[in-house]
Design a protein around this ligand. Sequence first.
Ligand code: BTN
Length: 272
Amino acid sequence: MAGQASQEIAAPLSEADIRSAIVTRRIGHTIHLLQTVDSTNDEAMALAARGALDGTVVIADAQRRGRGRMGRSWASPGGVGIYLSVILRPAIQPHDAPSLTLLGAVAVAEAIEEVAGLAAGVKWPNDLIVRGRKVGGILGEVAAEASHLHYVVLGIGVNVNQTEASFEGELRHTATSLRIETGRLVDRTAMIRSLCERLDRWYNCFLSEGPAPIIERLRQRCLTLGQRVVARSGDQQLCGLAVDLDHAGALLIRDADQQLHRLIAGDVTLTG
Ligand code: BTN
């Protein structure tokens, strides 16, 4: 099947196709489809600073300097992946913004399931995992001062039609794509449509009910819960058992002394 897929050519993204496919209340009323940018998050942050509205979406065919969490880079070759950033302007406190990353993770997992038919889990807080390998990630960035949140940009990367040869070095063992896992090309437009619809649904839910329904949904998909983890945040390191998510989506870790720690952000490695 994978051999058959390698003979096929992925369709380019078309603005008209994407626009006509998306039927949403808030997300995607304005879509900027760009060819190659440094980072869709940079584009979206700049648009937001100039007043772009809640729900504005930026999509690029390729990124020169795609960015991941913790200062990592995000490989963004042209024609094969989804590189999408959405501007959100919820009336919330800056300290409540991390739950929007979780909203993004739930939306991406559901879109993967709908379009590719693959079970997708979430490694807290932002890694999308299919059969043990990373297929996507979310980079949330905020503009805020003191207790006022100006806007959030949720940057979403999904490996869609990459082949094994696309991944270099360490990524060969840790990354995958929807094409590798299904053995067929996956329609990027269908993924973008589904993703925008899921983001729209969960964002509307977040605005009316807060983060609780999203966190409940994430609990069902969270691969981190019940696992022993090493969590790193700045120069702090914590080992323990990931026991639950709290009301705001923070990860609760019980250490060897039975102390419960609350992790709002950070890098988590599963150790079994
Ligand atoms: C991660 O897993 O570390 C997050 C990866 C986020 C990648 C996306 S691709 C679209 C947007 N633009 C970027 O530069 N990064 C995010």
